[in-house]
Design a protein around this ligand. Structure first.
Ligand SMILES: Nc1ncnc2c1ncn2[C@@H]1O[C@H](COP(=O)(O)OP(=O)(O)OP(=O)(O)O)[C@@H](O)[C@H]1O
Ligand SMILES: [Mg+2]
Length: 251
């Protein structure tokens, strides 16, 4: 049975896309078939990280959701040489016109839910990871809470703490999904126990992963899969642990 995992955050920049892409790479390295939906219509970035060329014109998730393309037409296999598994991407459109059109017109939310279901079965996916649009917009949250697991990313600062608290209020008004917190970009002096205590007291959440700030990720400039190039780095090892956790969910 496939598992649907949404990766969401209150605000941008906490590492949703980086974590989603690297987690997918780890899972594919272990032999899984992984789908990624780039549902961040405001600032799509997943395809660059996966090293894919620009999608065909009018053949993106946007066009599927506007009833202008079939689901099969918006699926792109990622070039994962030598990995036993596979990653497929359903990219959002990166053109100015489509980004603006999406924010003006929105999309057929029922079609997104249908598409997610159809993908998991038709493509025989072990995991479907959804990189969402950050914030508290209701359609995004409705999609996120219907996942098997909702991963919330945040940086260890008070802006993110306050924002994540607001996000949790918005989520619990809709449903009570399985949620886990990923704290990314922690400093070497961050004390894990202190972070865990803050998350429990202020958010009533357990931290599933603590991922360090890594200069080496910044140096890659968002163009490659860090876990495959630096498997022994502590950040990659935290992603490995996260992948193990997801694999245990499937068992
Ligand atoms: N642990 C880390 N250490 C250093 N840099 C990181 C780390 N995680 C992510 N980054 C960098 O931070 C920036 C933001 O990451 P990313 O694009 O994944 O965030 P995001 O949550 O998807 O943002 P948005 O919501 O705007 O799409 C990128 O330049 C990425 O390379
Ligand atoms: Mg992103």
């Amino acid at each position: 049975m496939s598992r649907i995992i949404s990766v969401h955050a209150f605000k941008g920049g906490s590492g949703k896309t980086t974590i989603t892409a690297n987690l997918a790479a780890r899972l594919a390295a272990g032999g899984s078939r992984v789908g990624i939906i780039d549902a961040d219509f405001r600032a799509p970035g997943m395809r660059v990280l996966l090293g894919l060329p620009a999608p065909r014109p009018q053949r993106t998730l946007n066009h599927y959701l506007w009833h202008e393309a079939e689901l099969e037409e918006v699926i792109y296999p990622a070039p994962m040489d030598n990995l036993p598994g596979q990653i497929i991407l359903i990219p959002a459109s990166g053109t100015l016109e489509d980004i603006r059109r999406m924010s003006k017109e929105g999309y057929d939310t029922g079609l997104l839910h249908n598409g997610i279901k159809a993908l998991t079965t038709q493509e025989r996916l072990d995991f479907l990871l959804v990189d969402t649009q950050p914030g508290v917009e209701e359609n995004t949250l409705l999609m996120a809470v219907s996942s098997d697991l909702l991963l919330i990313t945040a940086c260890p600062d008070y802006q993110d703490l306050n924002g994540t608290r607001l996000l949790m209020q918005a989520i619990y008004r809709l449903a009570e999904p399985q949620i886990a917190l990923l704290v990314n970009k922690t400093s070497p002096t961050s004390q894990p126990e202190r972070l865990r205590k803050i998350a429990r007291e202020h958010l009533d959440l357990d931290i599933l992963s603590i991922l360090p700030l890594a200069d080496a990720i910044i140096e890659k400039a968002g163009r490659s899969l860090f876990v495959l190039e630096h498997p022994d780095h502590p950040w990659s090892q935290a992603i490995d642990d996260l992948a193990e956790h997801l694999l245990a969910l499937r068992a």
